[in-house]
Design a binder for this molecule. Structure first.
Ligand code: MRU
Length: 371
């Protein structure tokens, strides 16, 4: 349990990392020891830990633990730097769609290359890496709380909730998908804390059921008023006038605002658009990939047919007809034109005219404050 009482997927203290095995939730709460980057890679690939920010941090920390516990390293600072860079590349290969993982690897490599030229020994390089990975863990919670706060104020002011509003969300974007608090679920948490939330609706999120297993678990745990729906019930729920806004997370936001997120997000955006319901993405700036001009360039991970053929997202017994071919993309891309705003830790990106100017927003957000 985190200090704020929410569930914690990542337990870390220097030299030791444990990940909550999210495949077992909500039936069992089991933490797995992660001793090195190989353990980290498998935990990410096998969905022990999932959610864009959480996999980036888990990857970074798995390597921090590995180098902290190295019994002996007789190499030079350059050798230490190469070891770290190679292992970061390996960790990035675990899942392709979420940009947070490669963004973290790029930033960590920058830290290493800044230190390596003047480092007296390999230990100094490793220590700089460990410090930087630990800062990522701390920064993520603060950033999610800011997303929650900006999102709740924005929705309160723009949706003229009277007096409360109901929000539909998809997949799991909560404390389990991040270092704590969550992104889209962080907005829901903030709405609830401010007394503005009437109800959260969460989808099952087939086939891996992140919604029914994880988001529902977090909502029940935090006693937030909520109802679970089948993915296929979303349009009917909107048509019944029971949803004021849709808020989802993101795995990668292209420069034009096209957003990759859990499969089914695009269908929700289409249904919301048809019903005149605003659709928002809540994500840290680390989910924005300015190197891609549009969502067409985003690589979409395809996962095992077993996730569809068997119960419990592939972990239970087979229920589908043997021999049926399966297409199982883990994510889809929602075009920017269906997105009303992108809620970040630096404020909400809205459109000027028909388009987002994400590049300018990011540049302004990164500019140092002049006092
Ligand atoms: O396959 P998953 O469970 O890693 O997919 C997670 C999502 O799609 C989330 O919406 C996204 O990563 C944002 S988590 C804050």
């Amino acid at each position: 349990m985190a200090e704020d009482g929410t569930l914690q997927s990542i337990r870390y203290k220097r030299g030791s990392l444990q990940l909550l095995d999210q495949r077992k939730l909500p039936l069992e709460t089991t933490y797995l020891d992660i001793r090195d980057s190989a353990d980290g890679w498998s935990a990410i690939r096998d969905m022990v830990v999932r959610g864009a920010p959480a996999i980036a941090i888990a990857a970074a920390l798995s390597l921090a633990v590995e180098v902290h516990n190295l019994e002996q390293f007789s190499g030079t600072p350059n050798d230490a730097s190469s070891l770290l860079a190679n292992k970061l590349d390996y960790l990035v290969s675990s899942r392709p769609t979420a940009v947070n993982l490669s963004d973290a690897a790029i930033k960590l490599k920058e830290v290493i290359s800044n230190v390596v030229a003047t480092a007296a020994d390999a230990e100094t390089v490793f220590q700089a890496y460990i410090d930087a990975a630990e800062i990522m863990l701390q920064d993520d919670v603060a950033s999610n709380k800011a997303i929650g706060s900006f999102g709740a104020s924005f929705l309160r002011d723009h949706l003229k909730a009277s007096p409360q509003l109901s929000v539909l969300t998809h997949c799991n974007t909560g404390s389990l998908a991040t270092a704590g608090y969550g992104t889209a679920l962080g907005v829901i948490r903030s709405l609830y804390a401010e007394g503005i939330l009437q109800k959260a609706y969460c989808t099952e999120t087939r086939p891996f059921n992140q919604g029914s297993r994880l988001t529902a678990f977090e909502l029940v745990h935090d006693k937030i008023p909520a109802t679970l729906i089948a993915d296929s019930a979303a349009a009917a729920l909107m048509n019944a006038g029971r949803v004021n806004a849709v808020v989802v997370g993101a795995d990668r936001v292209a420069a034009n605002g096209d957003t990759a997120n859990k499969i089914g997000t695009y269908s929700l955006a289409l249904a919301a658009n048809h019903h005149g319901i605003p659709f928002y993405v809540a994500a840290p700036l680390t989910s924005i990939d300015l190197s891609l001009s549009s969502g067409q360039e985003i690589v979409i991970e395809e996962r095992s047919p077993k996730e569809l053929l068997n119960t419990r997202g592939g972990l239970g017994e087979q229920v589908a007809a043997s021999g049926i071919p399966v297409w199982n993309p883990a994510f889809d891309v929602t075009p920017a034109k269906l997105i009303a705003g992108i809620i970040t830790e630096k404020g909400v990106i809205t459109k000027s005219g028909d388009a987002f100017d994400i590049r300018s927003f990011v540049q302004k957000a990164a500019a140092p404050l002049i006092v």
